[in-house]
Design a protein around this ligand. Structure first.
Ligand code: ADP
Length: 172
């Protein structure tokens, strides 16, 4: 069982500066941080799994301690497969607490060796979520202050193809 590695699971739809801040903090504590990107079918992600992985890989390429992989199935099965039982989760505010607490306890019920370590991002990122970033992008806002360049680029691309601009009414 490795205590030198930790798994940071999430949807990362898309990765934000909040996630990157948590990854950097985890990499100060652990030798390897395995970012496990959940397929998240139930959540109907905007980005495909390969796209979410590609954005994360590009955004963490400067840190050799970070590994980005796909996560399908139960987190506890993945943990057992890798022999890594330390999970990282981010806590932004009290609003995250209830869900995260429930998840941590459920995971420990499923696998007694599993421990969850909560990390808090820099204050500037506590209001950031993938959901709010997608909302800003959909409404045409600039997302560069919130997400790394690969994610900003992919957001522009996907929203251009999924929401074409309204057609001009030539009779007006
Ligand atoms: P999930 O769908 O599993 O919640 P997310 O990608 O939304 O996946 O989040 C993964 C983890 O990162 C969660 O623990 C979440 O609380 C945390 N997180 C998300 N955004 C931030 C942020 N801005 N700062 C710190 N942690 C964050």
């Amino acid at each position: 069982m490795s205590t030198r590695s930790a798994i940071y699971p999430g949807s990362f739809d898309p990765v934000t500066f909040g996630h990157l801040d948590v990854i950097a903090r985890a990499a100060h504590i652990f030798e390897t941080v395995i970012v496990a990107v959940a397929t998240g079918e139930g959540k109907h992600p905007l980005f495909s799994l390969p796209d979410r992985i590609a954005m994360l890989k590009e955004s963490t390429s400067d840190n050799p301690a970070v590994e980005v992989v796909a996560l399908s199935g139960l987190l506890v099965d993945f943990a057992a497969e890798r022999g890594v039982f330390t999970m990282i989760r981010g806590l932004r505010a009290v609003s995250d607490f209830e869900f995260e607490f429930q998840m941590a306890l459920m995971n420990r019920k499923l696998e007694a060796r599993l421990e969850t370590v909560f990390l808090t991002p820099k204050e500037d990122y506590t209001y950031l979520s993938s959901r709010i970033v997608k909302e800003v992008a959909r409404l045409g806002g600039n997302v560069s202050p919130f997400v790394p360049e690969p994610a900003a680029r992919m957001l522009r691309k996907i929203l251009k193809t999924s929401c074409p601009p309204p057609l001009h009414d030539s009779s007006a």
